[in-house]
Ligand binder design. Structure first.
Ligand code: SF4
Ligand code: SF4
Length: 180
């Protein structure tokens, strides 16, 4: 008999758009490059810097950036009712170029010591009216998490280097620092 969590391998997104309306989507420099190449937008049109009051992460998370004198997290620019790329049809307008975090959402994932998938859950940060008649491969989910990690870790290192600099600066200088 399969494990209880394996039912989520049959997850199917019903395209309700909730996860594109409610949370702030955290992004990396690679996400900005990908979106910029597709949309032609300036980095400041893609990325905004959100204060601790808007993000649930603790201040020990490596994504916090010292922007001028304040701690900020970089996320997608939002419009009043959610992500700027969410269409009126509740579909993503940059689907093939969307951030890696959007591709992995809503899965919460754990791996065992052999790096095999050992737990799969559905993140409860927004109401997700999913169905269980889809089909995911464990390797597909592992590849997504590895991709996310491969872009996040170098980005966090760039953030760390920025935070250590004596003369920080605002968003424009930070964009120069991460070379977007
Ligand atoms: S980029 Fe696309 S998938 Fe990601 S939050 Fe925006 S609309 Fe949703
Ligand atoms: S909240 Fe769940 S069902 Fe709705 S769009 Fe996001 S992943 Fe799909």
């Amino acid at each position: 008999m399969g494990k209880e969590w394996e039912k989520f391998l049959n997850f199917r997104c019903t395209c309700c758009g909730n996860c594109c309306r409610e949370p702030i989507v955290l992004i990396t420099d690679e996400d900005i490059r990908r979106i910029r190449k597709h949309t032609g937008q300036e980095p400041s049109e893609i990325a905004a810097f959100y204060p601790p009051s808007e993000i649930e992460w603790g201040l020990d998370n490596p994504g916090w950036i010292k922007i001028n004198e304040d701690w900020r997290i970089m996320g997608l620019v939002r419009k009043e009712d959610g992500c700027q790329f969410l269409g009126e049809d509740d579909l993503c307008g940059i689907y093939d170029h969307r951030p890696v975090a959007c591709r992995r959402y809503p899965f919460d994932v754990e791996f065992d010591e052999k790096e095999e998938l050992s737990l799969l859950g559905i993140n409860d940060s927004v109401e997700c009216p999913y169905e269980l008649d889809g089909r995911y491969d464990k390797r597909e989910i592992k590849a997504l998490v590895e991709w996310e990690d491969a872009e996040e870790q170098p980005y966090f290192k760039r953030v760390e280097a920025w935070n250590k600099k004596k003369q920080g600066g605002g968003p424009r200088k930070f964009f120069e620092h991460i070379d977007v």
